[in-house]
Design a protein around this ligand. Structure first.
Ligand code: QUE
Length: 340
């Protein structure tokens, strides 16, 4: 079997290359473990000055976590399903606190778990092929892997819009919102990687030199409406505001939200209130893990994965909106998340 993580050393760069093309490089537990192991070795290797993260040939970058396997594990022991998130969040935290700079090449679909490994990087490169989204509410969970931190730092009410709708952003949108630090043409990435590996100290200059003019970012024209209609932290108020707009895009946006798990939407809105209060990333990840343990035990997760990713009927039968206060209680110490 071929390796799902390839980790060549190229000059002074350690390259983490996702290689599970049949699943759009979505992360399974073996990949999370291998990435963690490689990064720990590189952390203490003076020859490695910088970490490059990309995907092997074909479409990329990373479609998320391997939620189908997680949902199947739930049918047996819930502990096995928890273990994936526990270790994935440790990897996210290791990357966030890594003492060497990282460069993520988001050259394709960058969703969910892919966002969790791209956003901790100091340099985040978007291209004309980038499709960025946090689509978790579509399967009954919430924008995790540090999403509470990355989203809640965005301008205005973009976080609430992205979390509730699963909206897809283009590479230009990512650059305009500063989710990406650079915008390069896809066919300049090989040159960028080679030059960075040869001269890691000049990473910023190299990315600047290879950057091109950013095309129009469609999301920017929507910001006034997003800020107005997503101003509330209450799901019903947001939907009522979108319904009151005489605007086709607002109607489509309201319909997109109504297709999502209402409980997952309410949890996401509350998380975006709590995340900015977390002093450190470790606190964010502890909160997100406690939330995820509750969310995978709630029926909407198994139902969402069934309807969207297993049976692909696209017709999840969601539970009525649940009271989500108890989801935000910390876990007992023995169950709680902790960093490496
Ligand atoms: C929400 C998600 C995921 C998703 C779709 C959602 C997710 C994920 C995938 C995915 C996509 C293509 C694949 C694959 C997985 O889709 O996390 O193996 O080939 O990994 O609406 O969270």
């Amino acid at each position: 079997m071929t390796d799902t993580i390839v980790s060549p050393r190229v000059g002074a760069a350690g390259c983490l290359r996702l290689n599970r093309p049949k699943a759009l490089h979505s992360l399974d537990l073996a990949m999370v473990r291998r990435m963690t192991q490689v990064l720990l070795a590189w952390r203490d290797d003076p020859e490695v000055r910088i970490v490059l993260i990309d995907h092997a040939e074909g479409r990329g970058f990373c479609a998320g976590g391997d939620v189908v396997t997680i949902a199947r594990a739930l049918e047996g022991h819930e502990q096995a399903a928890r273990a994936f998130f526990f270790e994935e969040y440790r990897l996210n935290h290791l990357m966030y606190t890594f003492p060497k700079p990282g460069v993520a090449f988001m050259d394709g679909v960058t969703m969910g778990g892919g966002v969790g490994i791209a956003c901790p990087c100091r340099y985040r490169v978007a291209t004309e092929r980038t499709v960025f989204a946090m689509p978790e509410t579509a399967i009954g969970i919430f924008p995790d892997v540090g999403g509470g931190r990355y989203l809640s730092r965005l301008r205005g009410r973009v976080a609430q819009y992205l979390a509730l709708t699963s909206a897809r952003l283009s590479g230009a949108d990512c650059k305009a919102l500063r989710l990406a630090t650079h915008y390069l043409p896809s066919d300049a990435l090989d040159e960028a990687k080679a030059r960075i590996a040869a001269d890691p100290f000049r990473v910023e200059a190299i990315l600047d030199e290879l950057s091109v003019a950013v095309p129009e970012a469609p999301v920017m024209a929507r910001l006034p409406l997003i800020d107005r209609c997503f101003a509330s932290d209450d799901l019903g108020t947001i939907l009522a505001c979108l319904d009151a707009e005489d605007d086709g895009w607002a109607a489509e946006t309201a319909a997109a939200i109504r297709a999502k798990s209402p409980t997952a939407c309410a949890v996401s809105l509350r998380m975006l209130v709590e995340s900015p209060k977390q002093p450190h990333f470790v606190d964010e990840m502890r909160m997100e893990y406690a939330l995820m343990v509750r969310m995978i035990a709630f029926p909407d997760f198994a139902e969402g994965v069934r309807a969207l990713l297993i049976d692909k009927t696209g017709d999840p039968a969601w539970q009525p909106l649940a009271d989500t206060d108890s989801f935000f209680e910390p876990l007992a110490p023995i169950d709680a998340w902790s960093p490496l």
